[in-house]
Ligand binder design. Structure first.
Ligand code: NAP
Length: 465
């Protein structure tokens, strides 16, 4: 039923669940189209992976928050930090109020290797490690033991590059960044001398992008190593390279340059090793800490579907190490009350329209990683948002938005505010921001992050915020 104050009689209202890049690009485009936009996030802080995922030594990438600040300053936008969909606010709550509900919840979990020993102490996910060094409140109490001499990072994507770089860098290079203070304390005591990055396929199949491998190649004080034999490409990889993307061709060029180098003794060594798959995380007994990683050699085969796959050769070896970080991709987390496709770990959708039990649900949409999977850079979300907003606008024009919505600014805000003990609005976030930036000034850092939820809420709800 469309209420008397339905979309015909008033400005249509959307709620965007998730304050990361896909949420903000969606909000911007919906505001452009005349919607009012309420944005909710489980954290009292906005920006999703820009705050909690982008590496602290990549401040330029974080500059995109200035674009999002401008969105938040627009008339018709409100922020409610501290509300978790499926926990203190439900899908039904949102459908009772908003003409369009857009889920932009991202992918907070890590893919698993599903190998023996994966849960030993010292075998960790990059998702957790990155959240920890970036000061995500859910990871602030986690502990990482960097007392071993060797760490292995599994995966060949940009997250693997980030983790390897943070472990390899001299901690002095990080002191001027917004890395969490607790991470500096642990990294400055790190005994790690060697980081091995393990790719299950070859250099021509690596998932990292060229600026990231170039940055690794130039790390100050680090001896970066690639075995020249790994650049002796198999026939399928060599053949594919000629028609490969510019990224792949340049990646191989950079790796050849590294492989051709003289050993450059550094404080630490970072070895990028190809064609090895992790088989077992080793340690004492069933749950002793990590002492090694058993790995199996692969070769590349051209599969029937045209994909170059890693196939085991039977050769195995053990890498002694005390830390194993799996950087093998992210996974979505099911949200209570919402459909979830376990295989893709996405919310099922057609062109951004939520699908449940085979049917499109009116007025519900999906955007970002939870719509399309964990790939692409921040800017990829702009196009993704545009596709979802195109569906929203077509539904608005066709009269197919949520028929149950009864949005009224004060009542809808009161509903959201009643669902949590504490929430943080945009002014509250700005107070947090000011507090963090002020704390950073003393040490010439962009900010010193508050990492505990209590501190964030206290800074975001203090009088005058
Ligand atoms: P990704 O790019 O998908 O890379 C995942 C890597 O894990 C691939 O090398 C994959 O190898 C490997 N892998 C998967 N399953 C494995 C297994 N069972 N055993 C061994 N290796 C396995 O994912 P990501 O690194 O998590 O990055 C996610 C997205 O964020 C990407 O689009 C990335 O570019 C982006 N990102 C960008 C930046 C930046 O711009 N600086 C920084 C961080 C992240 P196969 O190829 O063989 O499957």
């Amino acid at each position: 039923m469309v209420s008397s104050s339905g979309p015909e009689a008033r400005r249509p209202a959307a709620v965007v669940v998730g304050a990361g890049p896909s949420g903000f690009y969606t909000a911007a485009q919906l505001l452009d189209a005349g919607f009012t936009v309420d944005m909710v996030d489980s954290l009292p802080t906005p920006f999703g992976l820009v705050r909690a995922g982008v590496a602290p030594d990549h401040p330029n990438i974080k500059a995109v928050t200035r674009v999002f600040d401008k969105v938040a300053a627009r008339e018709g936008f409100r922020f409610f930090g501290g509300l978790t969909l499926g926990d203190n606010v439900t899908r039904e709550d949102l459908l009772a109020h908003y003409d369009a509900v857009v889920y932009a919840t991202g992918m907070p979990d890590s893919s698993r290797l599903s190998i023996p020993g994966e849960d030993r102490p010292g075998s960790v996910s990059a998702t957790g490690f990155v959240a920890w060094y970036n000061g995500h409140p859910d990871a602030a109490e986690d502990r990482y033991d960097l007392s071993a001499r060797r760490a292995v990072v599994i995966g060949n994507g940009n997250v693997a590059m980030d983790v390897a770089r943070i472990l390899a860098l001299d901690v002095d290079e990080l002191r001027s960044t917004d890395i969490a203070d607790h991470a500096i304390e642990v990294l400055e005591r790190s005994a790690i001398e060697e980081i091995v990055v393990l790719g299950r396929r070859g250099p021509a199949q690596a998932a990292f992008t060229t600026p990231e491998i170039r940055e690794i190649a130039k790390l100050p004080g680090v001896d970066v190593h690639v075995d020249p034999r790994d650049l002796d490409l198999d026939e399928h990889s060599a053949a594919s390279l000629t028609s490969a993307s510019a990224t792949t061709q340049q990646n191989v060029e950079v790796l050849r340059e590294i492989a051709g180098r003289e050993v450059q003794p550094g404080r630490r060594r970072l070895a990028i090793s190809f064609l090895w798959s992790p088989l077992e995380v080793l340690g004492d007994g069933a749950d002793g800490p990590v002492a090694g990683l058993r790995v199996g050699r692969n070769r590349i085969e051209l599969a029937a579907d045209g994909v170059l796959r890693a196939v085991p050769t039977g050769e195995e070896q053990v890498i002694d190490c005390g830390l194993v970080v799996r950087a093998i991709g992210y996974r979505g987390r099911p949200i209570p009350g919402l459909p979830f496709d376990d295989r893709s770990s996405c919310i099922p959708n057609t062109d951004g329209r939520l699908v449940e039990e085979g049917e499109v649900r009116r007025g519900e949409y999906v955007v970002g990683w939870i719509k399309r999977g964990p790939s692409g850079v921040i800017g990829t979300n702009k196009k993704c948002a545009s596709d979802t907003v195109t569906a929203v606008l077509a539904d608005r024009d066709g009269g197919h938005l949520n028929p149950r919505a009864s949005f009224e600014p004060a009542t809808s805000a009161a509903m959201l505010l009643s669902r949590a003990r504490s929430t943080v609005d945009w002014q509250g976030w700005q107070a947090i921001d000011r507090g963090e930036v002020a704390a950073g000034k003393e040490s010439s850092r962009p900010r010193v992050k508050f990492v505990r939820r209590e501190d964030l809420f206290a800074a975001g709800t203090e009088s005058g915020a």
